[in-house]
Design a protein around this ligand. Structure first.
Ligand code: BEZ
Length: 213
């Protein structure tokens, strides 16, 4: 069994979803992607999570990011559940949910953790860059709903640091100062960061957030 790591190519797959058959890579196109799993349909935490993701549609679009959910229940079950999500969360689910009854995708992405539950997927999140490499993996237990503001924050950081030689410090959010990569000399930093930079320690230099591209 393979063990996926950051920097690995995200495995491609074909799947049945609530919006028809998809090929993962074709679905992503040149966008960033989030693939996230749910333990099961008709469960309370998952219902709030999917409603939240639907409401964040504009935020994902701003970040050129496509979302794809997964649960190991079938299409008919998904259809009924989506109507409950729309009703109870006051939204309209606007992304596909994979019906992974044979657990093909769950196994490919190691979303079943037998010591947590031997049949249901845990709450896995994969963020995938346009070149299809895996940039982030997080695993939550079934009992803890995810913080989708945190996922947006991480995507902002990933998109900024993909194009600039900077990293984002603890609790960073869009617009805060960033830190300059240690590999950049002070001389190069002067050219790269025209807004200037502060040397707190030789290895800790901060600069106002540069534009992402
Ligand atoms: C939930 O989504 O509420 C849930 C799913 C599986 C186990 C516990 C909670």
């Amino acid at each position: 069994m393979s063990s996926l790591k950051l920097g690995d190519k995200a495995p491609n797959f074909d799947a049945e979803t609530s919006e028809g058959k998809i090929n993962f890579y074709d679905y992503l196109g040149d966008s960033w992607g989030i693939l996230f799993s749910h333990p099961a349909d008709y469960t309370p935490v998952c219902t709030t999570e999917l409603g939240t993701v639907a409401k964040y549609k504009d935020e994902f679009e701003k970040r050129n990011t496509k979302v794809l959910a997964l649960s190991v229940d079938g299409l008919e079950s998904h259809k009924g559940w989506i109507s409950d999500i729309n009703e109870t969360q006051n939204t309209s689910v606007n992304f596909p949910i994979i019906a992974d009854e044979d657990k093909k995708v769950s196994n490919l992405y190691e979303m079943i953790h037998p010591k947590a539950n031997d049949t249901l997927t845990v709450r896995s999140v994969y963020v995938i860059a346009p070149d299809k490499t895996i940039k982030l993996m997080i695993t939550y237990p079934a009992s803890t709903g995810r913080n989708f503001d945190e996922l947006l924050r991480v995507i902002d950081s990933l998109q900024l640091t993909a194009y600039q030689k900077v990293a984002t410090p603890a609790n960073w959010k869009q617009g805060d100062d960033v830190v300059i990569s240690p590999a950049v000399s002070n001389e190069d930093a002067e050219k790269m960061f025209p807004k200037g930079f502060k040397v707190v320690k030789p290895y800790l230099r901060t600069t106002p957030q540069p534009d992402a591209k």
